[in-house]
Design a protein around this ligand. Structure first.
Ligand code: S3P
Length: 429
């Protein structure tokens, strides 16, 4: 498609719901006893993959278009699916479900689209096997389809995580909630903690001390009313666009500000962006953020901040093309195993538009500022690459043609409409 053009962006956007929390709201709702309601559920393809997967496991889930209602079955109430379950593009769904299914006394096969079927699953299979479940990849590889033969008698685990990954951590926690005894998980770096927060919200117990998480099973969870805050990873496209574009001022409402997710705000501030947080709601962990055109400088992004902004690195790389000086992104090798290899995709697609960006083994080096030009680019089937390229297209007067634009529906179905709204200086919803 031909991407939207704009000279400046102005207006207010209600940020779409958080993808990580939406997935988990279905999972916890299904595994709790009693009714869970979810308001502001993200109506993106990935979250529907989770919803449909739990319906296939015998969980009644109703959607009246506004609220999702889940008739929770408890950890012991899931039923074997009658066929293999299609997980689509969603890494969070498949990995967290592997942990859930590890404790179930039946066999389930999970498969995905071409991208998901290339993503590594050993990181989850190895600890779950140690806990007593059997998991097999396609033709003995570590890739989906994955068949999980669960067991009602999982053992607890003491596990030092080799990767900083909330998906791996969460899969182990879901298994540990079903095991007999106390599990200890030590993170490589602190990653998003929505699973831990939601265990407490659903009446369970889990302790966190620095990088060490302790959880004792078996536990019984109870249905709750969940209101999903907006996704800072979706807000990131407009936070950066507002800072980069001239004569722009954007207000983003209902932005999730869980501290394990706010690395993007720290980086924007360090680069010199003019942004303000207001109407902070600590209960719902959300805020309104105003961002204005800013003069930006290059920075180094490395170490323990990386998991706090892992999904924002493609758009941060674009931001760096408009900053004075050099930006170095390091310690981000995990980007290679996302929906695409995001180190290569970000570098190669932005090079098509004239950016001075070089891929490295664990990140990117960007020299700025550069005037971008038009060209032909592709999302490569990756929602975040597609959205980043639309924001890049706003920085040139020339035409940018995006292949595989439909990928953005994975996390932000109204994204192009919201860009148009801001280009016309308006408001959404
Ligand atoms: C997610 C964790 C992250 C992130 C993904 C969502 C989650 O993946 O990239 O978009 O909801 O737990 P990793 O755990 O593989 O880093």
């Amino acid at each position: 498609m031909k991407l939207v053009k704009a000279t400046h962006l102005n207006g207010t956007i209600a940020v779409p719901a958080d993808k990580s929390i939406s997935h988990r709201s279905i999972m916890f709702g299904a595994l709790a006893k009693g009714k869970t309601t979810v308001r502001n559920f993200l109506r993106g393809e990935d979250c529907y993959s989770t919803l449909h997967a739990f319906q296939q496991l015998g969980v009644p889930i109703h959607d009246d278009g506004e609220t999702i209602t889940i008739e929770g079955q408890g950890f012991d109430g899931l039923k074997a699916a009658t066929a293999a379950i299609d997980i689509g593009n969603s890494g969070t769904t498949i990995r967290l479900m592997m942990g859930i299914l590890a404790g179930q006394s039946f066999e389930t096969t999970l498969y995905g689209d071409a991208s998901l079927n290339r993503r590594p699953m050993n990181r989850v299979m190895l600890p779950l096997r140690e806990m007593g479940a059997q998991l097999k990849g396609d033709q003995e590889t570590e890739y989906p389809p994955i068949t999980v033969s669960g067991t009602g008698s999982l053992h607890p685990i003491t596990y030092q995580m080799p990767v900083a990954s909330a998906q791996v951590k969460s899969a182990i926690i879901f298994a540990a909630l079903q095991a007999q005894g106390t599990s200890t998980i030590v993170e490589k770096e602190v990653s998003r903690n929505h699973t831990e927060d939601m265990i407490r919200q659903f009446g369970g117990t889990i302790t966190t001390e620095g990088k060490t998480i302790t959880v004792t099973g078996p536990q019984t969870l109870h249905g709750q009313e969940v209101i999903v805050p907006g996704d800072i990873s979706s807000a990131a496209f407009f936070l950066t666009a507002g800072a980069m574009m001239p004569d722009s001022k954007i207000t983003l409402t209902n932005v999730g500000i869980n501290p394990t997710r706010t690395g993007i705000i720290d980086v924007l501030e360090e680069m010199g962006a003019d942004l303000t947080l207001r109407e902070q709601d600590n209960q719902n962990q959300s805020a309104t953020i105003d961002i204005r055109s800013s003069s930006l400088k290059g920075v180094t992004i490395a170490g323990d901040i990386i998991p706090r902004l892992i999904d924002e690195l493609p758009i941060i790389a674009l931001l760096a093309t408009q900053a004075e000086g050099t930006t170095i992104i390091k310690d981000a090798e995990e980007l290679k195993v996302k929906e695409t290899n995001r180190i290569d995709a970000t570098a190669e697609e932005l090079q098509q538009l004239g950016a001075d960006i070089t891929p490295t083994a664990d990140g990117l080096i960007i020299h700025g500022p550069t005037k971008l030009h038009g060209g032909q680019v592709s999302s490569r089937g990756d929602h975040r690459i597609g959205m980043m390229l639309q924001i890049a297209a706003l920085l040139t007067d020339e035409d940018v043609e995006l292949a595989r634009a439909e990928a953005v529906a994975v996390s932000y179905p109204d994204f192009f409409d919201d860009v148009r709204t801001l280009a016309q200086g308006g408001e959404t919803k």
